[in-house]
Design a protein around this ligand. Sequence first.
Ligand code: MG
Length: 378
Amino acid sequence: MSIGAIIVAGGKGLRAGGETPKQLQMLGHSRVFEWAVAAFEAHASISKIVVVVPHGEISNYKAILSETIDVVEGGTTRTASVRNGIDALAMTPEDTVLIHDAARPGLDAEIIDSLIAALQTADAAAPALAVVDALKRQSGTTLKSEDRSNLYRIQTPQAFRIGDISKALSDTSVSYVDDLEAVEALGLKVVLVAGQERLAKITYPGDLERMEQMIAPRAAMPRIGNGFDVHAFADGDGVTLCGVLIPHTKKLSGHSDADVAWHALTDAILGAAALGDIGDHFPPSDAQWRGVDSAIFLRHAIKITRDAGYNLASCDLTVICEAPKVGPHRLKMRERTAEITGLPLDAISVKATTTEKLGFTGRREGIAAMASAVLSPI
Ligand code: MG
């Protein structure tokens, strides 16, 4: 079963204020609709994404989005817009689709996961929040309390099988408040999953500022990662640390050129962006990495963290061994790290220590290295 995602950005969205439709207004480092696109893009289970845009806007949206995202024009009703999205997905009736409002930027993997899980046992699923405020019905000057049990605020994405939602939306002249309403007549089994306040829709002036406080501070925070690595000595005549060959009575054995310092730094950078570790990207079992310069790994870590929206801001490395003496090579090691990372020299620290002859480093069996990296949002 494949899972597709449709982001409906078809509305004019001018109620939120300003001349620009709300889905195109900036929220932190991205436009409102890009947040949901990014959440779907980052999710491994989503195989295809379609963005449905207002009439005449295709090229504007395509200029913003990556080529892997399909952009199609919406129709005169929301129903017609969603239909266009479903057609563009070109998936089979058994496949699943998550239909999402572009004006709900607070989408994250947790919601996507819970919707996909819910469809294991249900025909449709949506995030929902219980109504907690007292509910009153006004008639004239009197108010009457309404029972709020079993009442929910429904959010998106809403998840369906393609076959069900296609059938429900066959008459594109009918407009529904949401896609769940469209399938009501089909008598499907619907499961509600826990919604989130940050998944709220941007509708009125002030919503954007509120959402910025909920989402953007998290995106604007610096990220910190740590890395640790060990390589054993073998017969040889020098070790490579931070790309610098240091003469020694041994070499380091293991993955690539066994540059234990840059391996720890690569892991620290990947860790700060939560992008896995060096072994995920460059499996030690893969022969093509045998003996290669570890600068390859470091460059790759910096590239993919930049793609994820972060720049390396500083790093701090500690090399742990009795020998060789690292001190005389520290400046060269920092300079070489600066060349690869593009950081200024004063943002790169290289330190060395021993373990007072204790443990494997103390017994001169190998070298350990620790690294910290700070990433700042672009
Ligand atoms: Mg290593």
